[in-house]
Design a protein around this ligand. Structure first.
Ligand code: NAG
Ligand code: NAG
Length: 219
């Protein structure tokens, strides 16, 4: 289940566009920021498979979705995503917007390599000082989520590097994130979906969002 690939190919398509937006985030966007939020891990799934000596084994996968304030993106909501998958570590910034037809559109931004040095990587304070030079994005690699209930979104997440691959399918609720690998090329094709459960509490939204949050989904 590779949602991300560490690929130097990115260098080819590195352009920064300003995503700062005048529009106030909608309640749908704020609700989404509350749902796709927190630390989700499939630790129980992995442990159960070991305990049962199952012939099916999932890799350990841990996602952290943390809402952050990044002035370079203005008041457009941003989620800092870290993924640990098997022996791989990857992080991105996810810029969250709503489309005209009410879907959630995420644009993933990668960090340029100057951020990959030492302990700065883990220092949240660096986000307020980031400038355009610190990001790259992959053109036309959009992640789309559709709302199916007040606290349930279904998403398609493409492999942004190998465009021939079909999207991974994600279902996210307040407490569970499932990911289904839909690529028949993948060795994990046909495997039961990855089943991640929320670990601990949701993260608070930045004040500019929580102040206008009328529904407080997931709290
Ligand atoms: C686990 O399963 C494998 C075959 O799938 C078998 O060879 C092995 O003996 C099993 N181990 C235990 C502890 O049951
Ligand atoms: C995800 O949600 C869709 C739509 O409700 C459902 O058909 C599908 O079975 C769900 N997948 C998983 C892995 O829960």
């Amino acid at each position: 289940m590779k949602i991300f690939r560490i690929a130097l190919v990115l260098m080819l398509v590195c352009v920064f566009t300003s995503v700062a937006s005048e529009a106030r985030p909608s309640q749908n966007v704020i609700d989404f920021m509350n749902v796709l939020n927190g630390v989700f891990t499939n630790k129980k799934q992995v442990d159960d498979e070991i305990a049962q000596n199952s012939s099916v084994r999932h890799e350990l996968s841990v996602f952290t979705f943390l809402p952050v304030v990044v002035p370079a993106f203005g008041e457009t909501p941003v989620i800092w995503l870290r993924q640990i998958y098997a022996y791989m570590f990857e992080q991105q910034l996810l810029v969250v917007k709503e489309t005209d037809d009410g879907n959630i559109l995420i644009t993933p931004y990668h960090f340029t390599k100057n951020l990959y040095k030492g302990s700065r990587l883990y220092d949240l304070k660096i986000y307020k000082d980031l400038t355009e030079d610190d990001f790259t994005y992959i053109e036309d690699c959009n992640i789309v989520f559709t709302r199916v209930a007040s606290d349930f979104y279904v998403g398609h997440w493409p492999d942004c590097v190998d465009r021939t691959q079909p999207d991974n399918k994600l279902n996210v609720t307040c407490n569970v994130l499932t990911i289904e690998v839909t690529s028949s090329e993948s060795p994990e094709y046909g495997l039961e979906p990855y089943y991640h459960e929320l670990e601990g509490n949701k993260f608070p939204l930045p004040p500019f969002l929580s102040d206008i949050d009328k529904t407080k989904v997931c709290s």
